[in-house]
Design a binder for this molecule. Structure first.
Ligand code: HEM
Length: 480
């Protein structure tokens, strides 16, 4: 407990704000920033006896994230009835706790073992080359839209072995829509919104459609003669079924749907933000281009070459620090708990935030600036820098995500550089825990001998981080 918090406790002035719980989902970042500046590292929003607690420091992150007995994960507020499709498709790691979580995580850790990562390298290279097949120098592209579609294809190929772009987009959009609906309906349930019953029915109906699509996918996959030798995640889960009878087909549906949901937009947003940041920081792009030229051969760098690219690693780490795709997450008190000066009753949600932690000036100098070079000097703890979470529920796909990001960026940047279209409006917003661009990120394609120039852009991205002076907006032209 800090000195400020012990004074609060002694004086009986606890860090509690009376307000509306909807203040948080309406503007997660604004709400967290104002609670942090008013109360410090721990705060509560209270509305007619209902509370949400917020923690903002590495020490509180540690207390909440390392104690998975007291602080349970409850990613999905709406689980549906026991026999419902909604219950089955929300039954993946993200919604499990206790022994069930430990057991299922052990099985999934085997599936996601580092040993298989090199097998994915050529798929990632080929899909990235395919993405660029109709890119031409001088063209204008919306990087946000391109990366979201690209990562649907990539995630479908790596997780489910789906090669067909149309099938991938169909399933991917269905899962993304359903995740978003869960978030909206979950908030509706929390605040008893009048439209809640209708949207709840729709959510249940969509969960049924999603379940049958994933069931069909699993059945089709099992029929393929090559299933025994494939290395997509679903095929590895089939093999895990042979030694683990508890991993039934019904459980596979939940794991498959939730793993896709956890993997898709997180990687897509990270790629969009990284390309945007590189376009607006030419000195970083130039140093990275030098490293790629000196450290890799051919259009598709080898797995070993990619692992040795230190500067590329710093760029990705820094991008995930300053604009973390997973910008907050939550736990729920499984029992009454003491946290700093607060006594929390069972059922109280506790929010921790990567964005808030990564922007603390006591942890990172000039925290709002994109400075990959800082990584030559710093080595933050697991609770100070946590783009993939920390503790027993840390992202199981983090090593795979890093291979995807490293490989896709290297292959793209060996063929094209990017320069933002002047006065593009780049808005960023947290939707369903994820911070991503919500507008087009329009960039011109340059050839690799050209260095990009920083150009003025407008939009809420300026409230998320500090851009170079020449990136500040001159005229504010919202795209039609
Ligand atoms: C840049 C990309 C990614 C980011 C930023 C990210 C971030 C995270 C974070 C922060 C958590 C922990 C959430 C919490 O503690 O509440 C998490 C969990 C998880 N992630 Fe990722 N993730 C990424 C990519 C992936 C990929 C590629 C996969 C799978 C292929 C994946 C699968 C999962 C799963 C299954 C969990 C739940 C783990 C558990 O509860 O035991 N993620 N991810």
């Amino acid at each position: 407990m800090t000195y400020r918090e012990s004074l609060q406790l002694q004086s009986g002035h606890l860090p509690v704000r009376q307000g509306h719980l909807t203040d948080f989902p309406r503007d997660p970042l604004g709400c967290m920033r104002s609670l942090h500046s008013e109360f410090g590292d721990i705060a509560v929003l209270e509305d007619q006896g209902k509370r949400i607690a917020f923690v903002f420091s590495p020490e509180y992150n540690r207390q909440v994230l390392s104690d998975s007995r007291t602080f349970h994960s409850q990613f999905f507020a709406i689980r549906g009835g026991r026999q419902s499709a909604q219950r089955r498709v929300t039954s993946g790691l993200l919604s499990m706790n206790g022994a069930e979580h430990r057991e299922n995580r052990r099985v999934m850790m085997d599936v996601f073992s580092r040993r298989i990562l090199p097998d994915y390298h050529s798929v990632i290279c080929d899909l990235t080359t395919d993405l660029m097949s109709d890119w031409v120098t001088g063209q204008q592209r919306d990087l946000n839209c391109e990366m979201v579609d690209f990562m649907v294809r990539m995630t479908s190929a790596l997780l489910f072995g789906i090669d067909d772009a149309h099938d991938a987009l169909e399933l991917g959009s269905m899962i993304d829509r359903w995740v978003r609906q869960n978030h909206e309906v979950g908030i509706g349930a929390l605040v008893s919104a009048p439209q809640f019953p209708d949207s709840y029915e729709k959510l249940l109906a969509d969960a049924e459609k999603l379940e049958s699509s994933v069931q069909e996918l699993i059945a089709a996959h099992k029929r393929q003669p090559t299933a025994a030798h494939r290395s997509d995640v679903l095929s590895l889960m089939f093999r895990a079924q042979k030694t683990n009878q508890q991993l039934t087909d019904e459980k596979l549906v939940g794991h498959a749907a939730l793993t896709f949901a956890a993997a898709h937009l997180t990687t897509a947003h990270t790629l969009s933000w990284t390309l945007f940041l590189l376009a607006q920081h030419p000195e970083v792009m130039n140093r990275l281009a030098q490293e790629l030229a000196a450290g890799t051969t051919g259009r598709h760098p080898t797995f070993a070459e990619l692992e040795s690219l230190t500067y590329l690693d710093w760029v990705i780490r820094e991008s995930m620090r300053v604009l973390p795709a997973s910008s907050y997450s939550q736990r729920v008190c499984a029992e009454a708990a003491r946290l700093g000066p607060l006594s929390l009753s069972a059922g109280t949600p506790v929010i921790f935030s990567q964005y808030m932690t990564h922007h603390r000036p006591d942890l990172f100098e000039s925290p709002d600036e994109f400075q990959p070079e800082r990584w030559s000097e710093i080595s933050p703890s697991a609770y100070e820098y946590l783009p993939f979470g920390a503790g027993p529920r840390m992202c199981i796909g983090a090593p795979l995500a890093m291979v995807e990001l490293r490989t896709a960026l290297a292959v793209m940047l060996k063929q094209f550089h990017f320069q933002m279209v002047p006065n593009t409006v780049v808005d960023g917003q947290i939707i369903s825990t994820m911070l991503g661009p919500t507008t087009s990120v329009n960039a011109h394609l340059l050839n690799v001998s050209q260095s990009p120039q920083t150009v003025p852009v407008a939009g809420t991205v300026h409230s998320l981080m500090q851009m170079p002076a020449s990136a500040r907006p001159t005229t504010y032209q919202r795209a039609a």
